[in-house]
Design a binder for this molecule. Structure first.
Ligand code: ADP
Length: 675
């Protein structure tokens, strides 16, 4: 039968526990990474908001400063020109104005050109002799200077203007003289424009954006135009088109959002730009979300690493658990095999003894304990000579034959043993000897008994046939002798005749009795069992023999260790013990002890030992005592033990004798309690 080994609940509980811890750790690691990702994103948004806010604040402040500076520069230039214009007007009105004077001023005061136009727009004086002439050159000053010519304005700041005949910008003012002539002063605005370019919004924005790659764009935008912007702003939406921008612009509030710009996610912050109470536009700043992406990437990388590590740990854990389980199963299987082999060795009916030279006896099973009537604990570690006498021991260990028969005396009992020896080498290279010993004493006894019984039966059958044939002529002889003794009187030796006739008759009678006895034996009564207490049988016998035993000073000791009921033929069994006790009494002759011991045996058997301390028998006699008509006694019949043996045999028992000269005789009967 195949044994299925299952994991014990303790072991599977441990596995569940390990898996639970692993899942918990994995969950903790992954969730902590996700929480960190969220937290970092939140913090970064916060940071970006603050950054964008302060950037916008700085931009607004810088822009305001730019505006202030530009205005201041314009004011300065204008005032300087006005001052010169005043001087020139005075000269003009005093009619002292000459070309030289004008050229002087232009030369020493960085003024590019000075023109005087009369109220019709005709250039009447100029610091510069123009080579150009024509209608077109007169039309433009006339149109621009119209407010002066018409008397609408005394001072006219014309501002920046492209030179007509050169790729050059000029800053221009005009002052009215009393006669509504216009005194026009130009300065080269190149430097001013350069300065403005350097400090205007566009420049400012470009400078700010150029400083960092994090800023995707900055733009100043009003509902109509983009006033200033960095880089590619073609994708920027109009204020009017976006609810977010409209709200921020009209609420004059700082606001942020995330939008898609140039195919990337951008964090945008907006703030309206107000200068001198006038809303100029909305500053928009787009910040790159790369840092967040970096964090994302980093955390995702970490998550991937964590996952890989977890997979590796999981795999290692799986291999570990699997190996442990396999080991556990193997251990269990090993234990089962070991227990099985242990149980087999322990429960096998043959005695098994394993020994090596170093450690002595290592295995001594319960059959061995029983055979040698010794406890295992007293034997383990000892040498084999503890169990066998030296000669037997040598025979067992040294003789190479595998199977051998031993006749040993164990605890004073002769035992016939069959021993088989095998040798093997264990993993420590120890030479181990395994002895399997079978006690065949009873088997041999049964066999001997069976053989005897067969012999007896054959002899009985032969003899009973002969006896039967003899009985009839013998009866005739007896009758004739009696008749002759009665009817005939011899003429001489009458007395001797009658005596001889009587002798013949008695001998015939004796032969007849012997034949009767023999036929009784040869045609036995069938066994008629009944239940009775065994003690009853022995107490009856004790009573029956008490007088004769007392006369001969022989003691009959009863040692009844088992006192149950038996289901035997009471009369036949009584005959058995009468014959045995009678033989013991005859053997002892005077002063001795007969001990009758009853002890329980396994499998519903009892053992009855009848021991006498008589002279015992030599081997030659012992071998023949169960033979029919074997007797050593002058008046013996030699039939008693044959009857004993037949009855025991018919009850399913075994009869065995042990005897040696000077050591008394022991008859042992092993009988089933019920026939
Ligand atoms: P018988 O008693 O008529 O001789 P048995 O068959 O009873 O016939 O005995 C056979 C022989 O066995 C005896 O003659 C005797 O030699 C021997 N014998 C039997 N019992 C004992 C005993 N207890 N002690 C010694 N010898 C015995």
């Amino acid at each position: 039968m195949r044994n299925k080994i299952r994991l014990s609940s303790k072991n599977s509980g441990q596995v569940r526990y390990i898996l639970l811890i692993f899942i918990l750790i994995a969950g903790l690691m992954i969730s902590s990474a996700i929480i960190e990702l969220r937290q970092s994103k939140k913090e970064l948004y916060q940071l970006m908001t603050e950054q964008a806010h302060s950037l916008l604040e700085s931009l607004i402040t810088a822009s305001q400063n730019t505006l202030y500076a530009t205005n201041y520069l314009n004011d300065l230039s204008r005032q300087r020109l006005i001052n010169y214009a005043e001087l020139i007007r005075q000269r003009y009105e005093q009619k002292r104005l000459t070309i030289h004077f004008l050229q002087d001023i232009t030369k020493h005061s960085d003024i590019y050109r000075i023109h005087i136009f009369d109220k019709h727009g005709k250039k009447i004086l100029s610091s510069y002799e123009s080579k150009h002439s024509g209608e077109s050159e007169r039309q433009e000053p006339l149109r621009i200077l119209e407010p002066i010519f018409k008397g609408e304005q005394d001072t006219l700041v014309i501002g920046y203007k492209k030179a007509r005949f050169a790729n050059q910008y000029l800053y221009v003012i005009a002052l009215a003289a009393e006669d509504r002539s216009a005194i026009v002063l130009n300065i080269d605005a190149e430097e001013m424009i350069k300065f403005r370019r350097n400090i205007d919004f566009g420049a400012l924005i470009k400078k700010v954006v150029g400083g960092t790659s994090r800023i995707v764009y900055i733009a100043l935008q009003n509902p109509q135009h983009i006033l200033a912007a960095s880089g590619n702003i073609s994708e920027l939406d109009n204020i009017e088109d976006s609810e977010f921008l409209r709200t921020a612009f009209s609420d004059s509030a700082f606001a942020t959002r995330i939008l898609s710009f140039d195919e990337q996610e951008v964090f945008e912050a907006v703030h309206p730009f107000i200068f001198a109470g006038e809303s100029i536009g909305l500053f928009r700043i787009g910040l790159s979300l790369d840092p967040i992406q970096d964090i994302n990437d980093r955390i995702y990388r970490r998550l991937i690493i964590i996952t890989i590590v977890l997979i590796i740990i999981g795999f290692v854990l799986f291999v570990y658990i699997f190996t442990r389980q396999r080991l556990h199963i193997l251990q269990k299987q090993y234990e089962v095999v070991e227990t099985y082999s242990g149980n087999i060795i322990e429960n096998v009916s043959d005695a098994i003894i394993v020994l090596d030279e170093k450690s002595g006896i290592k295995i001594f099973n319960s059959a061995a304990e029983k055979l040698f009537a010794t406890n295992k604990d007293e034997i383990l570690g000892k040498s084999l000579s503890v169990l066998f006498p030296a000669a037997e021991c040598r025979k067992v260990l040294e003789e190479p034959s595998l199977l051998k028969q031993l006749n040993c005396t164990i605890k004073n009992q002769r035992r016939e043993l069959l021993a088989s020896k095998s040798v093997f080498q264990d993993s420590d290279e120890n030479q181990n000897t395994i002895l399997v010993i079978r006690d065949v004493t009873e088997q041999r006894q049964m066999q001997a008994q069976l053989e005897r019984q067969q012999r007896l039966t054959a002899m009985g059958e032969l003899a009973s046939g002969v006896a039967h044939e003899i009985r009839n002529p013998l009866n005739t002889i007896g009758t004739i002798i009696q008749q002759l003794d009665k009817d005939f009187e011899p003429s001489a030796d009458k007395e001797e005749y009658h005596e001889l006739a009587g002798l013949v008759y008695n001998e015939v009678k004796r032969i007849n009795e012997t034949i009767q006895d023999f036929l009784k034996f040869a045609r036995p009564q069938p066994v008629q069992p009944s239940r009775f207490p065994l003690t009853e049988l022995f107490s009856d016998l004790q009573k029956q023999y008490s007088t004769s035993l007392r006369e001969k000073n022989i003691r009959l000791d009863l040692n009844l260790q088992w006192q149950g009921d038996v289901y035997w033929d009471g009369n036949q069994m009584k005959q058995v013990f009468i014959n045995l006790i009678q033989n013991a009494v005859e053997a002892i002759t005077e002063n001795g002890t007969i001990t009758l011991t009853v002890s329980p045996e396994k499998d519903g058997f009892v053992e009855i030992r009848l021991q006498d301390d008589g002279p015992g028998m030599p081997e030659k006699i012992r071998q023949n005592i169960f033979n029919l008509y074997f007797t050593t006694k002058a008046k013996g019949t030699g039939i008693g033990l044959s009857i004993v043996q037949r009855i025991i045999f018919e009850h399913g028992g075994i009869l065995h004798v042990e005897s040696a000269p000077g050591e008394g005789t022991v008859f042992t009967i092993k009988m089933p309690v019920s026939v």
